[in-house]
Design a protein around this ligand. Sequence first.
Ligand SMILES: C=C(C)CCOP(=O)(O)O
Ligand SMILES: [Mn+2]
Length: 433
Amino acid sequence: MGLRSVLSGSPVTELTEPVDPRFELAALSVQDESQPLVFDSVAGYPDLSAVTNVVSSRERIAGALDVDRGEIVDAMTRATTDPVPLDGTTAATFEYVATSPTVDDHVPIPTYYDEHERQYIASGIVIAKDPDTGVQNLSFHRLMYDGENEFVMRLVERHLHDIRSRTDGPLDVAIVVGVHPAVELAAATSGSPEMDELEVANALLDGDLAVTKLDGLTVPAEAELVMTATIRDETRAEGPFVDLSRTWDTVRQQPVVEVRDLYLRPDPMIRVVVPGKREHAHLMGLPQEPRIKRIVENTVPTVQEVVLTPGGCSWLHGVVSIEKRTEGDAKNAGLAALAAHPSMKRVVVVDEDIDPADPDAVEWAVATRVQADQDIETVENAKGSSLDPSQDFETGTLTKWLVDATVPSNRDRAEFTEATVPGAAEISLAEYQ
Ligand SMILES: C=C(C)CCOP(=O)(O)O
Ligand SMILES: [Mn+2]
């Protein structure tokens, strides 16, 4: 099950005119994010196509995982709780192309936002093996193209950073671009170091993930593009880059990645993720929700749902709904959520009658159920997201806050319940026309 399997049999928008990977491709991709956009012709690259907006809607994600839209988070929870071991390997669909390649001679590396931006692969999944446990890790890392066979990779202080710090000398990895959305969602999951995200993807695909061996690593057999590479000790300036916050991320010294071998499927379809747009938000934010819910559940078992809100970049703001048992539950649920996802700066806790995915409903709860002097708590000097432009960049800290927008336990719930017109939810104008 590869990338192409989710494009056949469901609507996609197909463009036949040549598209320039420098800005034009990104500009077209944001015209309509409701379904995948296939570029049959990429200027300068006659033998390939490109695709973006593959997971721009929760409906498409649900379709890719063969679940209902409302079951996505539970499917992710099940897959991360019970990963499915990989059962054997198969032949790769990709073929060897070149050693030490000048990468953008072979594949387009887009620019997205501005003249001073560099070319970036924002859809690359890095596969590495933990030197101590042998467990593989998959994670997304933006890759700034630095010419010939070199990139500079944003290496956030998470799992891959930890693997690299425990590896003596350069770290050999594989970089895959263009895989099934289940592999992308699994790679975007920040799970425990013991969790092999390929097994999470295999669980999401009911054991049907085809994998193959490459230079001692296990990689998706149907990947469109694979690069074996080495993360070197050398660092260079990486950025500026527009990331999930939709603001320019700062420039940092980051490790150089040297591409050893390039592999491509025949007639490859190059996977493009436009940074800061909807599918980037889905890939980053959605996999965090089941993990946050699992952690909040340890404190408040009656947690109902967790949503990282698009208005909060699907990363910095969240809403948690609970069935409140006792006063104080909401504050505990908020504290647990902030701890579960350290990149989150604000969490609003609502009762179970409020849809956390509906920003108007959440604002209505804040407007009618919050007294700021009692229901808002702040946590100063906490480590926030590196993507948050409001942070103190010297310390990397900021103030986090939680809002208890639940009905006070000592008040009558009926006073805070939204009135509805009888039958309004069932009746329809069509019946009277
Ligand atoms: C996309 C990136 C750089 C991940 C941001 O991770 P965080 O600084 O932990 O919020
Ligand atoms: Mn991991």
